[in-house]
Design a binder for this molecule. Structure first.
Ligand code: ADP
Length: 219
């Protein structure tokens, strides 16, 4: 079943989120107190409403409690962001995601009951820093408990034209190869005799420190 989303605030973050969800064919209600912005997004959003999110009656009239996810994308006006978050939780919204401008704002949003607090600039900056420092790590999923999945691109002849068995990646690097992908093939749970080539992307699972160590060797 399709999920339903509401976004409060059509600034840079709220409007980008709206576009991504609509691109993915989702239903999105947007709310902003600025009539010009609401008008601009009228044809894009499923519904667009002019309302002040600090008005509890307006939030109830919109039946926001029936939405699966409500995102408070108000940034600069921290008071409005905090009050809106409190009101949304009070009227029974299950999952409130709030955008924070800074650390203190994030702490307050957490204290007043936001189910998830996001800091897009910080999170993106952190990801970019990681990306710059680990250029061969194309994707990374933290599995918790110090383990992760990584997609690592082989750029080094030391690892190329050898079989998985010869490289003995499990013993030497503490990693399990889940898949190998190149332009013309995808091999899921490869056999030990599979040959690794320059340009192959290996999906590996293991301790995060081992995933990062291996990444540093393949450049
Ligand atoms: P960004 O940093 O993502 O651009 P902004 O804080 O600049 O975010 O934009 C937030 C949006 O939220 C603005 O369009 C503003 O009109 C809207 N907004 C602010 N306060 C309220 C409120 N009380 N009710 C509804 N919309 C609001």
């Amino acid at each position: 079943m399709k999920q339903t989303y509401a976004i409060v605030g059509l600034g840079r973050f709220g409007s980008s989120l709206l576009e991504s969800l609509i691109d993915a064919d989702q239903e999105v209600l947007v709310i902003d107190k600025n009539p010009t912005l609401v008008e601009n997004y009228m044809d894009i959003a499923t519904h667009a409403v002019i309302a002040d999110a600090q008005d509890e009656d307006a939030l109830r009239d919109l039946d926001l409690a029936s939405f699966d996810h409500v995102v408070v994308a108000i940034g600069h006006n921290q008071q409005a962001s905090i009050l809106t978050t409190i009101l949304l939780k009070d009227i029974g919204v299950r999952h409130v995601i709030a955008k924070a401008e800074n650390n203190l704002h994030a702490r307050v949003l957490d204290k007043v009951g936001a189910d998830q607090v996001v800091r897009p600039e910080n999170e993106m900056a952190h990801r970019l820093a990681e990306q710059l420092m680990t250029p061969n790590l194309l994707n990374f999923i933290d599995l918790g408990d110090k383990h992760s999945l990584g997609e690592i691109k082989i750029g080094n002849l030391r690892f190329a034209n050898k079989t998985i068995e010869e490289l003995d990646i499990r013993k030497n690097y503490g990693l399990n190869i889940i898949a190998i992908r190149s332009e013309d093939r995808v091999v899921i749970t490869p056999e030990p005799d599979e040959i690794i080539q320059v340009g192959d992307v290996l999906t590996v699972a293991g301790e995060t420190k081992d995933v990062k160590h291996f990444e540093s060797l393949v450049a």
